[in-house]
Ligand binder design. Sequence first.
Ligand code: HEC
Ligand code: HEC
Ligand code: HEC
Ligand code: HEC
Length: 120
Amino acid sequence: MNAMKKIAALALSLGAFATGAFAASAMPMGKHHAQMKCEACHTPQNAVKGNAFVPPSDKTCEGCHGSYKDLAKKTAGGSEPNPHYSAHYGTSLSCSACHKQHSEPKSYCNNCHAFRHTMP
Ligand code: HEC
Ligand code: HEC
Ligand code: HEC
Ligand code: HEC
């Protein structure tokens, strides 16, 4: 892509943020949530100083996926150690520290460890 096209694409995507009318599939997101509207995650409750587009709170994710505790039960015996429970963080590590919607997900633990955490 040449520079002019890049700028045009950026202007377009900024326009989409402003109207909020785009389907989530307009973003370069992961394979999940492709059909969801921005507002499903970027809710009015998450907005900070009128800006809706901040990383959503864990509560928003848990509203659809169940509590951290339930998730930890689901993933027990999967990727080890269990990414949804650790002695360091308990259930306080933000979902979006690992799961990304608009970029490559990465286990936050692996900033320090080398666990085989396969990110969905
Ligand atoms: C399934 C939930 C989900 C949906 C749907 C979603 N997002 Fe996000 N958004 C996130 C998460 C999680 C982050 C944190 C950073 C990341 O994923 O890369 C984020 C971050 C952002 C950010 C950067 C905020 C910051 O302060 O860093 C913008 C801008 C954004 N989203 C815009 C959008 C737009 C526009 C749409 C619809 C086209 C959308 N998002 C749909 C979950 C979602
Ligand atoms: C409005 C409901 C909704 C919200 C909000 C939501 N999701 Fe999802 N998510 C879904 C659905 C539906 C799927 C696809 C079906 C499935 O795999 O459970 C999915 C899939 C996923 C998957 C893949 C699951 C798998 O089995 O591989 C992950 C990981 C995930 N979501 C994490 C998150 C995170 C983190 C957030 C918050 C930033 C979030 N979701 C917000 C509904 C939601
Ligand atoms: C430390 C990184 C990390 C954090 C924080 C994290 N996850 Fe995960 N998540 C993972 C990994 C790794 C997997 C894959 C586990 C496996 O397949 O064994 C996973 C799997 C999932 C799945 C699929 C579960 C299934 O049915 O197999 C969902 C849904 C999910 N996470 C949602 C969330 C939500 C919601 C939060 C916050 C409340 C969260 N995660 C916090 C790393 C993380
Ligand atoms: C900021 C760095 C850092 C992060 C991030 C981190 N850890 Fe650790 N972790 C450590 C250190 C330091 C030790 C102590 C090492 C030792 O004594 O062997 C440790 C020890 C552990 C141990 C016990 C020793 C072992 O290696 O088996 C487990 C289990 C563990 N961490 C899990 C996790 C999980 C799960 C996450 C992510 C949710 C995580 N850690 C994130 C630094 C970190």
